[in-house]
Structure formats: C-alpha cells, structure tokens
Design a protein around this ligand. Structure first.
Ligand code: GDP
Ligand code: MG
Length: 192
C-alpha cells in the first residue's frame, strides 16, 4: 500500500512561500452562525450544498488584485474550540481580520464591536487592516441591522465596511480584494 508516492496535488497551489510572493494570513472572527464558514467556502471555491459543521479550516488561494497576484491564507478557526488559548492565538496571528456579523441578528452586530475592541487591545500599537462585514444581505425581510448602522460602526472603529451574501456570492470577491488592498496600503506606508 504505497499509494502516497507522488501526491503533489496539494502543494501545487500554494506557491506564495518563496521570496517574491508573501502569504497574507487573514482571520475570520464573529459569532456562531453569521456565515464565516460560508464566506470561507465561497472564497476557497468549495462547492456549495453542504452545510458542513466542520470547524478549523484554512483556505489557501491566490487572487489577482490590481494586476498583481496575492496569496491569502484564510483561517476559519475562531470556533474550533472554546479555549482562551485559541482566541488569543487568533488575535495575534493575523495580518488582517474579517469581523463578520449577520444583518439579521442584532446581537451578532454588538458582538462584532466587542471583537473589534478586543483586537485593538491585543494589537495595540499595530495598525492592522480590519473589514467589518454585514453578511446575509439577501435576507431582506428579516434584516435587523441597517446599512447605515453598519457603516457608522465601521467609522467609529476605524475600519472598512462591506455587506455580503455568501449565499448569492454577492460582494465576496470585493471583500477579499478589499482585504488585499488594505494590507498593501499599510505595508507601503510602513516602508516609507
Ligand atoms: P458560521 O457559524 O459563522 O461559520 O456560519 P455558517 O457559515 O455555518 O452559516 C450559518 C448558517 O447561515 C448556515 O445555515 C448558512 O447556510 C447560512 N448563511 C450563511 N451565509 C448566508 C447568507 O449570505 N445568506 C443566507 N440567507 N444564509 C446564509
Ligand atoms: Mg463555522
């Protein structure tokens, strides 16, 4: 049984580890059920149709943004377990963060603010790119958080804001392009 002789399939895509291409670590935060894993699967190009309960996934993908390739390692591990250790690890490891709430769930919106504050505390002196994401924008009739509330919150917390629908794949691409642009902006201003 040596069926594992030349299984190179999973090393082909992750090309970003050599000198020129840096891999950006992006961490998903947010309350249970807001759509983190759904967004991650859309980003990762995984077929829909399974509401997987699986936790602790990472997705490795390159996207072209402004005619330049960027490699993203997306971590959907926030809910992997309930340990304080993991939460602290998450707060430390990211080059950028996506804080997700559901526009149909006010308490997830309030939780997003809490997470933003925790993140600021954990990474005090750093200016980390953060995007606040109001997901499930397709659920028009059960909306509890308006676009204006979302964008006002982002202004207060000094981060970007976008509404998405993982189900309709709406704005998901824009979200990840936005993250890459944010990371590049901060990097450029640091180098000057
Ligand atoms: P997580 O706990 O944050 O990882 O959330 P999941 O990705 O597991 O999603 C929780 C539930 O919300 C699932 O039943 C998803 O199908 C649903 N969901 C996620 N994103 C959307 C969306 O944009 N629109 C709608 N209508 N449902 C969504
Ligand atoms: Mg999940």
């Amino acid at each position: 049984p040596n069926s594992c002789v030349s299984d190179s399939s999973d090393s082909v895509i992750s090309s970003g580890s050599d000198s020129e291409g840096q891999v950006y670590k992006v961490v998903l935060l947010g309350e249970h059920g807001v759509g983190k894993s759904s967004l991650a699967r859309v980003f990762g190009g995984v077929e829909d149709g399974h509401d997987g309960d699986e936790t602790g996934n990472t997705y490795d993908r390159s996207i072209e943004v402004d005619e330049e390739e960027a490699s993203i390692l997306l971590y959907d591990i926030w809910e992997q377990d309930n340990s304080q250790w993991l939460k602290e690890q998450c707060m430390r490891m990211g080059d950028a963060y996506i804080i997700v709430y559901s526009v149909t769930d006010k308490s997830s919106f309030e939780k997003a603010s809490e997470l933003r504050i925790q993140l600021r505390r954990a990474r005090q002196s750093e200016n980390i790119p953060i995007i606040l994401v109001g997901n499930k924008s397709d659920l028009v009739r059960s909306r509890e958080v308006s676009v204006d509330e979302g964008s006002a919150c982002a202004v207060v917390f000094d981060c970007k804001f976008i509404e998405t629908s993982a189900n309709l794949h709406h704005n998901v691409r824009n979200l990840f392009e936005g993250i890459v642009r944010q990371i590049r902006l901060r990097k450029d201003s640091k180098e000057e």
